[in-house]
Design a protein around this ligand. Structure first.
Ligand SMILES: NC(=O)c1ccc[n+]([C@@H]2O[C@H](COP(=O)([O-])OP(=O)(O)OC[C@H]3O[C@@H](n4cnc5c(N)ncnc54)[C@H](O)[C@@H]3O)[C@@H](O)[C@H]2O)c1
Ligand SMILES: O=c1ccn([C@@H]2O[C@H](COP(=O)(O)OP(=O)(O)O[C@H]3O[C@H](CO)[C@@H](O)[C@H](O)[C@H]3O)[C@@H](O)[C@H]2O)c(=O)[nH]1
Length: 318
C-alpha cells in the first residue's frame, strides 16, 4: 500500500511514517514544517514541503505518487491558542480538509484515516466517553475537527469516500519532535521541562474543578499504541475488511493533573516544584475514553496501559 502522510514531520505523523515502513508500506510525506521539523523526517522517502491548502502541491503528489490511502495528521492543535486565533484554526484545519478531499476526489483516491480529537466531546460529565455520546465542543480547535469529521462523513455519502476517524485522547510518550522544549504546551512535556531544570516550576491550571482533587482529568495514550491503531485501520480499509466509522483511542483510565504530576515525580525521582494558578480557558474538566469499539472492530490493544510507563518513556526520550 502507498500512503500519503500529511503532517509526517510532526510528533504523531513521524511515528506513523516509521510504523508504516516497518510494515513494508510505501510512504510519501507532505508537511509545511509549521510545527514539524526536518529532523523528524525519515530519509530516503519522498518529502513534499507544502501546504494541504495548496491544490498544486496536492495535484503534483497524486499524479506522481499513485497514492492508495491518505493518513491526515496535518493540523493546528492547541486548544487555548485556538480561542485566540479561531479564524486561523478554521482556515488551516477545515479549509485544509476541504482542499485535501477535493484533490483526493479529483485523483480518485478513495481512502482516508483522519486524526480527530476528544476535544469534540467538550463538556461531557461521563465516566467513559463513547463514540455515540453527544459532541459539545468548548473551543474552536474541537469545532474545526468536528466540522472536518462531518465533511468526511458527507463525502462518504456523496462520493463513496472510505474513512476511519480516530478521536485521540491525550497522546504522550516517545519523542516530542518539532517543538523546542520551551514551546511545549501539553502537560507531561511541561512537567519534564521542570524536572530537567529548564523551567522553575510546573503551573497547574485550576484546582477548583469538581473532581477528586480539584484538577482536570485526562486519559493518556502512548504514541506507539496510537499509530498501531492507524496501521490496523489503513490495512483494514485497503483490504476491505474494516467498515468506515469513528473510533475513540485512549486507555480508558482517567488521571488528574495532580496525579500525573505526582507520577512524574516518582518516575524521574526528582522533586519537581509546582504552583496552582487560575483555570485555563477552553479546558474540559474530564476526558476519559471508552475504546471498546476500536478493540472489538479493529482488534487493537494498547501495550502501554500504565501512566508510569508512558511518562518513563517520555522521560527516556526527552
Ligand atoms: N498530540 C495530541 O495529544 C493530539 C490529540 C488529539 C488529536 N491530535 C491530532 O493529531 C494530529 C497530529 O498532531 P501532533 O501532536 O503530531 O502535532 P504536530 O504539531 O507535531 O504535527 C502536526 C504537523 O502538521 C504540519 N502541518 C500543520 N498544518 C499544516 C498545513 N496546513 N499543511 C501542511 N502541514 C501542516 C506541521 O508542520 C506538523 O508537522 C493533529 O491533527 C492533531 O489535531 C493530537
Ligand atoms: O502546564 C500545564 C499544561 C497543562 N495543564 C493542564 O493539563 C490538562 C491537559 O492539558 P494539555 O496537556 O494541554 O492537553 P489538552 O488541552 O487536554 O489537549 C490535548 O489533548 C487533546 C485530546 O484530548 C488534543 O486534541 C489536543 O491537541 C492536545 O493538546 C489540562 O487540564 C491543562 O489545564 C496544566 O495544568 N499545566
Amino acid at each position: 500500500m502507498k500512503v500519503l502522510v500529511t503532517g509526517g514531520a510532526g510528533y504523531i505523523g513521524s511515528y506513523a511514517v516509521k510504523a508504516l515502513l516497518r510494515q513494508n508500506h510505501e510512504v510519501v510525506v507532505l508537511d509545511n514544517l509549521s510545527t514539524g521539523s526536518e529532523e523528524a523526517l525519515v530519509k530516503d522517502i519522498p518529502f513534499y514541503k507544502g501546504d494541504i491548502r495548496d491544490s498544486n502541491v496536492l495535484d503534483e503528489i497524486f499524479i506522481n505518487e499513485k497514492i492508495d490511502l491518505v493518513m491526515h495528521f496535518a493540523a493546528k492543535l492547541i486548544a487555548p491558542e485556538s480561542i485566540q486565533y479561531s479564524l486561523e484554526y478554521y482556515d488551516n484545519n477545515v479549509n485544509g480538509v476541504n482542499s485535501l478531499l477535493t484533490s483526493m476526489k479529483k485523483h480518485n483516491v478513495t481512502k482516508i484515516v483522519f486524526s480527530s480529537t476528544a476535544a469534540v466531546y467538550g463538556l461531557l460529565d461521563k465516566e467513559l466517553i463513547n463514540e455515540n455520546d453527544i459532541t459539545n465542543c468548548i473551543n474552536p480547535y474541537g469545532e474545526t475537527k468536528l466540522a472536518s469529521e462531518k465533511m468526511i462523513q458527507w463525502s462518504h455519502k456523496s462520493y463513496g469516500l472510505e474513512y476511519i476517524i480516530f478521536r485521540y485522547f491525550n497522546v504522550a510518550g516517545g519523542k516530542k519532535t518539532g517543538y523546542s522544549p520551551l514551546n511545549q504546551t501539553v502537560l507531561i512535556p511541561r512537567i519534564l521541562n521542570v524536572a530537567k531544570g529548564l523551567v522553575d516550576k510546573v503551573t497547574i491550571f485550576g484546582n477548583d474543578y469538581n473532581t477528586i482533587d480539584g484538577t482536570c482529568i485526562r486519559d493518556f495514550i502512548h504514541v506507539e499504541d496510537l499509530v498501531n491503531a492507524h496501521i490496523l485501520a489503513a490495512e483494514g480499509l485497503f483490504n476491505g475488511t474494516t467498515e468506515v466509522g469513528i473510533y475513540n483511542l485512549g486507555n480508558g483510565k482517567g488521571f488528574s493533573v495532580l496525579e500525573t504530576y505526582e507520577t512524574a515525580k516518582k518516575v524521574t525521582g526528582i522533586n519537581i516544584p509546582f504552583e496552582f494558578s487560575e483555570r485555563r480557558i477552553g479546558d474540559p474538566v474530564k476526558s476519559v475514553a471508552s475504546s471498546e469499539k476500536a478493540q472489538k472492530n479493529l482488534g487493537w490493544k494498547p501495550k502501554y496501559d500504565k501512566l508510569e510507563e508512558i511518562i518513563l518513556d517520555a522521560w527516556e526520550n526527552y
